[in-house]
Design a binder for this molecule. Structure first.
Ligand code: NAI
Length: 259
């Protein structure tokens, strides 16, 4: 049998930007890409956290540089992407991972603030990162945009409407740009994690996590950040060049369980 070698399954030497990389899934994504030989820009609004992850990667003999980057700040986004390009010479993969969560009743006074903040970070931030990276992704032989949405981008939980709206927006942005950019070397996909053990979910007591998982998740557990990172890596491979515009649940089966 002849070998299947037309498409590469390696991101070695590729430049990868991960936002929100100081914690949870972003940290796992940064570490996994670095382990695969990519040069990783570890970015986060939490500067010390980003530096700690970059140090962790460097200590393992892999390549990473940390940047403080608030995706809600347009100037920050444009400046930091330019600095990353100056350091690494381009951008091959953008992982739009940074996100915040918050529950509020629609009727509450604080709802408007939560709405503004959530949309600015979770949706506008992803759009701005894509706009800043686009000229560089066009120059890559295998440009990849991977947006982190959520199962809340495909379904909904009560009292979570700002987050749900933002994550549905991420799915919509992904699909629109997959169509718009589909003729070139760039693919645009999103990953929709279910409940994952990260900083975002650490406020949920273990007992509540277990109860939710038993009731709602066929896998009967929360996911590990690394399980999401592997899905992101798969979409980033040069060999994934014909996967475009998907919203991939990584949720232990949550979205397909009826009862
Ligand atoms: P996390 O809280 O552990 O990590 C989020 C990171 O984003 C933090 O390091 C934080 O400092 C950073 N961040 C927050 N605002 C930022 C900003 N304006 N600019 C740059 N960085 C910022 O949370 P987790 O769970 O790892 O979240 C990663 C992504 O996964 C988010 O987009 C989240 O909405 C999404 N998600 C999380 C799920 C979960 O169960 N944990 C489920 C589905 C989606």
């Amino acid at each position: 049998m002849s070998e299947l070698v037309k498409f590469s399954r390696s991101v070695a030497g590729h430049t990868v930007i991960v936002t929100g990389a100081a914690s949870g899934m972003g940290r796992a994504e940064a570490r996994l890409f670095a382990a695969e030989g990519a040069r990783v820009a570890v970015t986060d609004v939490n500067e010390d956290g980003a530096r700690a992850v970059a140090d962790e990667i460097e200590a393992a003999g892999k390549s990473a540089v940390a940047w403080k980057l608030d995706v809600a700040d347009r100037n920050d986004v444009e400046r930091v992407v330019a600095e990353i390009v100056a350091e690494f010479g381009g951008v091959d993969v953008l992982v739009n991972n940074a996100g915040i969560a918050g529950f509020e009743l629609l009727e509450a006074e604080a709802y408007e603030d939560l709405w503004e903040r959530t949309l600015r970070v979770n949706l506008t931030g992803e759009m701005r990162m894509i706009r800043a990276c686009l000229p560089h992704l066009h120059r890559s032989a295998a440009g990849r945009i991977i947006n982190i949405a959520s199962t809340e981008g495909l379904g909904a939980t009560a009292h979570n409407s700002a987050y749900v709206a933002a994550k549905h927006g991420v799915v919509g942005l992904t699909r629109a740009l997959a169509v718009e950019l589909g003729r070139g070397n760039i693919t645009v996909n999103c990953v929709c994690p279910g409940p994952i053990v990260t900083g975002m979910t650490e406020v949920i007591p273990d007992e509540a996590k277990e109860k939710f998982a038993r009731r709602r998740v066929p896998a009967r557990r929360y996911g590990d950040p690394e399980e999401v990172a592997h899905a992101v890596l798969s979409l980033a491979l040069p060999a994934s060049s014909f996967i475009n515009g998907v919203a991939l649940p990584v949720d232990g089966g949550l979205l397909v369980q009826n009862t």
